[in-house]
Design a protein around this ligand. Structure first.
Ligand code: ZN
Ligand code: FE
Length: 259
């Protein structure tokens, strides 16, 4: 599996449904809407062989029934959560999914925080992380604690730097605005914003991104960086003793004052 055989199917307002394919066989990740998936499969002459799901939010699962109707019997791998309607094979931390067509060999990481049962799919240098890590940002913490989410992001940050990060939304430009509040003097952020503007102006996605670029520019992966820690402490008005406390301050700052 490499980046040449993965393409985004834009859906809803700003979701990307990722399609992995090889010799006419395809798998999609987080189909929140069946129609754009059906259209893309027809356009490219692909048979749907399976579905991977990261979490139960509607914009990631609502396309499942329509796709199962069109492709009866395909497996839908996803989190063990009664709210993840349509999942037929539940998986958890460490599970390994191997398919022959298309050839896929991926491991499941349990990454709670955005939701309590959120999982990511990791293998072949590729990460499908749903709404945990975004390009230049991260998901909101709806379930669980800030510490839980910070730990999930730490696990992603420990993957190899060349890992391609396929997140589920096009949020890059918006996220970069907040990142520049945190690190206004970062040349890497200025470069990244210029590049993201160029891509969006050309109607192109800004994802996948790489973990190396995220470590350089994503404030939520930079809670141990002195400039980021200092910005969070200035905003809090007091010292923050742990990376998780820095993370919590950043997340609340963005939730309350930026979005
Ligand atoms: Zn979500
Ligand atoms: Fe989402």
């Amino acid at each position: 599996m490499n980046a040449n055989s993965i393409f985004p199917i834009p859906a809803l307002d700003d979701n990307y449904i990722w399609c992995l394919h090889h010799e006419g066989d395809a798998v999609v990740v987080d189909p929140g809407d069946p129609q754009p998936v059906a259209d893309a499969l027809r356009t490219w002459g692909l048979r749907l062989r399976g579905i991977l799901v990261t979490h139960h939010h509607y914009d990631h699962i609502d396309g499942i029934p329509g796709l199962l109707a069109a492709f009866p019997g395909i497996a839908v791998y996803g989190p063990d959560d009664v709210r993840a309607h349509g999942v037929t094979r539940t998986v958890g931390e460490g599970a390994r999914i191997r398919l022959d067509a298309p050839p896929i060999d991926m491991r499941v990481m349990a990454l709670p925080g955005h939701t309590r049962s959120h999982i990511a799919w990791c293998g072949g240098g590729v990460l499908f992380c749903g709404d945990v890590l975004f390009s230049a940002g991260c998901g909101r913490v709806f379930e669980g604690t800030m510490e839980t989410m910070a730990a999930s992001l730490d696990r992603i940050a420990a993957l190899p730097p060349e890992t391609l990060v396929y997140c589920a939304h096009e949020y890059t430009l918006d996220n970069l605005g907040f990142a520049r509040w945190v690190e206004p003097d970062s040349p890497a952020l200025a470069r990244r914003e210029a590049e993201a503007k160029r891509l969006r102006a050309a109607g192109r996605p800004t994802v996948p991104t790489t973990l190396a670029l995220e470590r350089e520019t994503n404030p939520f992966l930079r809670t141990r960086t002195p400039a980021v820690k200092a910005a969070a402490e200035r905003h809090a008005g007091h010292p923050l003793d742990t990376p998780a406390a820095v993370f919590a301050e950043l997340r609340q700052w963005k939730d309350r004052e930026y979005d």
